[in-house]
Design a protein around this ligand. Structure first.
Ligand code: NOJ
Length: 748
């Protein structure tokens, strides 16, 4: 009976899924028919107008003229719902064909309620947290009429000098792909046509994170194998996750700027991955092909971009000024224009803009709701990575009667939100000082003294004041880091140490003999080797957003337990860059390092050993990818395999038992890595293939299970085919990218 009932339920489910799929397919077919109808009615100028994206100018005469005459398809950075509706009314009622506009904005890690910077969100190793953040952003931004966000940024980067590392999910293709997909899901919701959903934009396609020397917009030289292995997987996953749009990157790859790169935009994105959404240029990136030196003028730039299947020109004025002539002269085919316009109209249909073009004008905006703030706080809690905790200083115990709250980030509402927060209202940021005062001010003494008032400050008097505050306190809480403006677009640094006199301030504080908790609030991993030595506990909190303060207060006083893990390797010094866990072993892996000061004077060249390392930095980073401590301890059992061999079409189950052996209930991000031992191309020493964040009460154990298939073992070969090679593999389940003992299996 039970079996029959199960079967009926199964059949009913299958039928409803088939109907849903069938329904979706029909809706998509209907859209194509409607687009056919529209396209057949559009003049060439109207088509080109759809391909033009302009920045908001309110209700200026110019903008009204452009909208009325069908000379603009999308507007970015217009934020007033009434203006949005009026422009939309002009498009729908007064333009010849009534095609609605799409309003776009960079809603990167929050609109009003700001979540941690994306790098911090990646440190949660919790895709649900990331999805929640994007959903909150969508709810808030769509309330003013924004239906298209330029996020997620899923550029893999291995260079903390690059300011845009803040906007990234770090160094790993797999982690970036998973987090990017979670953001897309959050922004787009279950139905793009829901007025509360925003089209996501996977950016920047592609290779931008490899900008030479970590300098923004710089050239990149990326062999196709590396492109496919490191920089493209997150974008392929974004297509699978249904990203409605993509954005070109500013950089050139091997001499070809992305906005003119037909191989990337047509062969890979459209032909291989079957992307049918909109590809927008970056701001002026079509026009910038003149500066790159591949186009003589704006007309040639338009020609290159249109022939490289870039659908929309963001603030480049190349298409609107030159496409018509290019078509008439036969350099750009009308079918290329139709394909681009089809993509744009498809997006507008998918967003439901033809049926529902206006934003509801509300009395009360759904900003900073209790639910949004709680989610932002949880994200900030889970993004913080505990790097050091000498003698279990953290969490602070009941014996602590007073704390000094010092440092430039202790009360900096505008800086804690981080980069790309144009719409944040800083009065809503709760700083660490405010949060600690609110939660603990009645029971413990709080000696607040920023000392340095901004991160680049070098004021010695300020340091003296902070030292005085420290002397009066049991513990020093030093909130250090970077101002928001030191990371993000065009905010690159060659020196990635703490700016200003923060290191000197730490040394002065250390002389007081008081225990020091160093909290780093920054847009990038900073080279904090010296500071890690000097401090007793170190918590890397990134720029944690609106609720960074309450989250840090909870972590410091033990209401929450750190569970963040590094999404990026922290170098000892900038000279180690690029330094990342998934490196190749080389023929002479770095071992037996003699550091520069250990080398005897007059030592013979041959006495040091010939292995790969830096004399002044050794071979290891300061902290490896995946690393992060907890207040509790986790024990990992041996890795168990379902069998010792994996054959084509089979799966291999890999598991281990994780036990919380400490005193605190806590979360742990359990990581799965593999290594292909012998392959026709040298393979990384480890590659992340899975992770699970689990919650264990003190004393509790859990079996954590992963499955591996042939796909997980496959890599790109010189013939541009991805396949697995037969032979021996190692597999780890571990707490970070450097620890653990591997098990071995054979792929046969
Ligand atoms: C330039 C940035 O590179 C891109 O990420 C952003 O979306 C656009 N400007 C629009 O603001």
């Amino acid at each position: 009976m039970l079996m029959i009932r199960r079967k009926i339920v199964f059949i009913a489910l299958t039928v409803s899924v088939m109907f849903a799929c069938g329904g979706r397919q029909k809706a998509e077919n209907d859209i194509e028919v409607k687009i056919d109808g529209l396209l057949s009615n559009m003049t060439l100028q109207e088509k080109i107008g759809q391909m033009n994206q302009l920045t908001g100018l309110g209700l200026s005469a110019d903008m009204i003229h452009n909208v009325k005459n069908g000379r603009v398809g999308s507007i970015l950075n217009e934020l007033d719902p009434k203006t949005i509706n009026e422009l939309q009314r002009i498009a729908v009622e007064e333009s010849r064909l009534g095609i609605p506009l799409i309003f776009a904005r960079d809603v990167i890690h929050g609109f009003k309620t700001i979540f941690p910077i994306p790098l911090g969100q990646a440190a949660t190793w919790n895709p649900q947290i990331v999805e929640n953040g994007a959903r909150v952003a969508a709810t808030e931004a769509t309330a003013v009429g924004i239906r298209w966000t330029f996020a997620p940024m899923i550029d893999v980067t291995r260079d903390p000098r690059w300011g845009r590392i803040a906007e990234s999910c770090g160094e790993d293709p797999y982690l970036t792909a998973v987090m990017g997909a979670a953001m897309i899901k959050g922004f787009q919701g279950n139905d793009l046509a829901d007025p509360g959903s925003m089209a996501a934009c996977a950016k920047h396609f592609a290779g931008y994170g490899a900008s030479e020397s970590g300098k923004d917009y710089n050239t990149t030289w990326i062999p196709e194998l590396q492109l496919r292995e490191v920089y493209l997987p997150s974008f392929e996953k974004a297509v699978e996750a249904g990203a409605a749009t993509f954005m070109c990157s500013f950089n050139d790859i091997n001499g070809v700027p992305s906005s003119g790169n037909a191989y990337l935009n047509k062969t890979i994105l459209r032909d291989e991955w079957h992307f049918d959404g909109v590809l927008v240029s970056d701001w002026g990136s079509i026009e910038q092909m003149i500066s790159h030196g591949v186009a003589a003028d704006l007309k040639q730039a338009a020609d290159l971009a249109a022939n490289a299947a870039v659908d929309m020109d963001m603030m480049g004025f190349a298409y609107i000024n030159h496409l018509e002539a290019l078509v008439q002269e036969g350099n750009v085919s009308e079918s290329a224009i139709d394909r681009a316009v089809r993509d744009i109209l498809r997006l507008k249909f998918r967003l439901g803009l033809f049926d529902n073009p206006y934003v509801e004008i509300r009395e009360e905006m759904p900003f900073y709701t209790a639910e949004a703030l709680a989610k932002a706080k949880q994200a900030a809690v889970e993004s913080a990575v505990l790097l050091k905790n000498k003698d279990g200083l953290l969490p602070l115990g009941e014996g602590i009667k007073s704390v000094a709250v010092v440092g430039p980030l202790s009360d900096a509402p505008g800086d804690q939100v981080g980069t790309w927060c144009f719409d944040a209202e800083f009065e809503h940021s709760v700083t660490p000082l405010t949060a600690i005062r609110d939660a603990y001010g009645e029971n413990i003494g709080i000696n607040a003294e920023q000392g340095l008032t901004y991160s680049r400050d070098k004021n010695e008097l300020g340091i003296e004041k902070a030292v005085t505050a420290a002397r009066k306190s049991d513990v020093v809480l030093f909130f250090a880091g970077e101002e928001a403006v030191l990371s993000g677009e065009a905010r690159c640094r060659a020196d990635i140490r703490l700016p200003g006199a923060q290191t000197e301030m730490l040394k002065a504080l250390k002389k007081t003999g008081k225990p020091i908790v160093l909290v780093i609030m920054s847009g990038r991993p900073l080279a904090i080797g010296e500071e890690t030595e000097d401090a007793d506990a170190v918590l890397l909190a990134f720029h944690g957003g609106t609720m960074a303060g309450p989250a840090l207060a909870d972590l410091i006083f033990g209401k929450a337990v750190p569970s963040g893990k590094l999404p990026v390797t922290i170098p000892k010094m900038a000279g180690q860059i690029p330094v990342y866990y998934a490196h190749k072993n080389t023929g002479r892996p770095g071992r037996n390092v003699s550091l520069i000061d250990d080398i005897p004077v007059g030592a013979a060249q041959t006495s040091l050993g010939f292995t790969g390392y830096h004399l002044d930095a050794g071979n290891d980073p300061l902290f490896p990818f995946g690393y992060g401590l907890s207040y509790t301890d986790f024990d990992y059992s041996e890795v168990r395999l379902s069998q010792n061999a994996l054959s084509t079409g089979q799966t291999l189950t890999v598991e281990c038992t994780v036990t919380n052996t400490g005193k605190y209930d806590a979360d742990e991000a359990v990581q799965l890595y593999i290594r292909d031992r012998v392959a026709s191309l040298a393979r990384p020493v480890r590659e992340l293939k899975g992770f699970q964040k689990i919650y264990l009460k003190a004393g509790e154990s859990q079996t954590v299970t992963f499955t591996l298939t042939e796909d997980d073992l496959a890599y790109w070969h010189a013939d541009m085919v991805k396949r697995a090679e037969r032979g021996e593999f190692q597999v780890w389940i571990s707490t970070d990218s450097q620890s653990g003992t591997p098990a071995t299996f054979v792929y046969n």
